[in-house]
Design a protein around this ligand. Structure first.
Ligand code: C2E
Ligand code: MG
Ligand code: MG
Length: 536
């Protein structure tokens, strides 16, 4: 049972009889005491004078009267103070228990744990070894949310009761939100023994639990840090175990993990990168570069793939493959997608105004962006705002993006196509690549991953696969772009096999906007038919 603040305040007032500021209340108490004293003196003097005639007896009675008053008022004070202190003590005991013990499991709560463990650490010598073990019940909040808090409470109480039996008397066990924390003496224990203890704990948690006529299954994720190696206070050790738990949760829970400095650095790095990334987005420090896509026979740039670039203050140039993957785990990817779309749509407007309307601009859409309805609305609004025809903007998506949420992805692709964009399937051949579903996708272009190009002419089996993809794309009426062409021989092989379009360092690295304009200008002045090279 928890006392509300209001209730405690009222109780406090009642016990102490206080209703205002302590100084005035005490003053009030004093005045009452003095007034009773004065009344007593006056009244008792009059009463004594009326019944005692003898002066010496009168003086003696005065002394007794004084003693009587002191003893009676002292006793009265004693009784009042004793009864009030008794209630106050009970109340403060209750408050201390409430503040330090978890009501369900009767184990020390987090603040008591901090105190107990820090106290124990103070008593330890440098040679002592302890392990702080944080056990987090996986998805415990689901049990509370779906089955109700009373079931969650019963489950955690049952688990606590069994876990208590596993710890030694001098080890510390406490409750921490959705789990438990142990501080275990490693004296005479090697890692194998510690691991078998962890297995024992996990076996307890992983067993089926009968709660309110239901059988429940739950798993746990355990992080371990060691004193003094990974921290010298509870706070430091706790931070390390939590870091270890987080790494496991990323990988899939239900396991245990020892804290490692390497992992810690990776996390610090990740957090730093995220902060810088956020800052870069807010301050528009990202920019786009453009890699030409060539019509191979005529050696003319017919389109450009827009690729995002970011120079981090701490890490230098970071590959988009890295920071896009990082930002996909946070909300940042939505801002990046928006930035990319707005940049390319604005550029499309500019190209049209400068006579380069026939040039196709590609952009990459993230997996998360592809299934984000808000982004779809924003894209629609951008098309209206810049008054462009999106026909010459090609959106590149990957197979992985499709697979994670197929139905919504297809729905959104159809929406984008309806707006006028063309769609390319990027990095084909690098992932789940299925030839059979190609015909059912609303795509216009297939981009073959550069891992294919790397082995061209060296691996006959792969050449055969490539040839069949080329044929299939032709039959399905899909444009084909081969990525990662780095050599003349790769280019020649592809031209021989009727591939029209290619992209790669052999033709050009990604370039800045000015250089891209120069390249377009050069191609435009070329007297060869400038419209026959359209990709779409
Ligand atoms: P991608 O979409 O497949 O882009 C092609 C990547 O291959 C680019 O790397 C490009 O520089 C590189 N490349 C081009 N030709 C060659 C070559 O001949 N040899 C080799 N070894 N590499 C070549 P980049 O710019 O580092 O981008 C890597 C990936 O990051 C992209 O792969 C794409 O998945 C993602 N990405 C890049 N920009 C964006 C963006 O604006 N938004 C999103 N969501 N993802 C992006
Ligand atoms: Mg791409
Ligand atoms: Mg690609």
């Amino acid at each position: 049972m928890r006392f509300s603040d209001d209730f405690l305040r009222k109780l406090n007032r009642w016990i102490l009889g206080l209703r205002g500021k302590p100084f005035f209340e005490a003053l009030q108490f004093l005045i009452i005491y003095l007034m009773i004293g004065i009344i007593w003196i006056i009244w008792s003097d009059q009463w004594l004078a009326a019944i005692v005639d003898d002066y010496s007896l009168f003086i003696q009675m005065q002394t007794y009267k004084g003693w009587f008053y002191v003893i009676v008022s002292g006793l009265l004070f004693f009784v009042i103070l004793r009864s009030r202190l008794k209630v106050l003590n009970e109340l403060s005991d209750k408050l201390i228990t409430q503040a330090t013990v978890d009501e369900l499991t009767k184990l020390p709560n987090k603040s008591k744990l901090t105190h107990l463990i820090d106290q124990r650490i103070k008593e330890l010598k440098a040679s002592n070894q302890y392990a702080l073990i944080s056990l987090d019940l996986d998805d415990f909040s689901n049990i509370n949310d779906l089955l109700g808090y009373h079931i969650g409470d019963q489950l955690i109480t049952s688990i606590a009761d069994q876990i208590k039996g596993l710890v030694h008397r001098h080890d510390i066990l406490g409750r921490d939100s959705d789990g438990f924390v142990f501080f275990v003496d490693l004296e005479g224990k090697d890692d194998d023994q510690l691991i078998s203890f962890l297995e024992e704990v996990r076996n307890v948690v992983n067993q089926p639990w009968n709660v309110a006529d239901q059988t429940l299954f739950i798993t746990c994720t355990i992080g371990i840090s060691k004193f003094p190696k990974d921290g010298r206070t509870f706070a430091e050790l706790y931070k390390s175990t939590n870091a270890a738990i987080h790494q496991l949760k990323d990988k899939g829970k239900n396991d245990y993990h020892f804290f490692t400095e390497q992992f810690h650095l990776e996390r610090v790095e990740r957090v730093t990168m995220m902060n810088e990334l956020r800052n870069a987005i807010d301050h528009q420090q990202m920019y786009m570069v453009f890699q030409p896509i060539y019509q191979m026979i005529t050696h003319r740039a017919v389109g450009f793939e827009s690729l995002i670039r970011w120079e981090s203050p701490s890490f230098g140039d970071v590959s988009p493959a890295v920071f896009i993957a990082y930002s996909e785990n946070t909300g940042l990817i939505h801002l990046i997608d928006e930035f990319v779309f707005e940049s390319v749509i604005r550029l499309r407007k500019h190209l049209c105004q400068n006579g380069f309307g026939h040039i196709t601009m590609s952009l990459n859409l993230s997996a998360k962006g592809l299934v984000n309805p808000i982004l779809m609305k924003k894209i629609e609004a951008l098309v209206e705002k810049y008054e462009i025809d999106p026909h010459y903007i090609q959106i590149e998506i990957t197979e992985t993006a499709l697979i994670s949420n197929f139905d919504t992805a297809i729905e959104n692709l159809l929406f984008l196509k309806k707006l006028g964009f063309s769609i390319a399937l990027d990095d084909f051949g690098s992932g789940y690549s299925s030839l059979t579903y190609l015909q059912s996708l609303p795509i216009d272009t297939l981009k073959i991953d550069r891992s294919f190009t790397k082995n061209i002419g060296q691996n006959t089996k792969q050449d055969v696969i490539l040839e069949s993809i080329i044929r299939l794309a032709d039959e399905l009426n899909l444009k084909l772009v081969i990525e990662g062409i780095e050599t003349q021989s790769q280019r020649d092989f592809l031209v021989e096999h009727n591939c029209l379009f290619g992209q790669g360092y052999y033709f050009s690295h990604p370039i800045g906007l000015d250089e891209a304009y120069q390249l377009m200008g050069k191609d435009l002045t070329d007297t060869q038919s400038k419209h026959s090279n359209d990709m779409i």
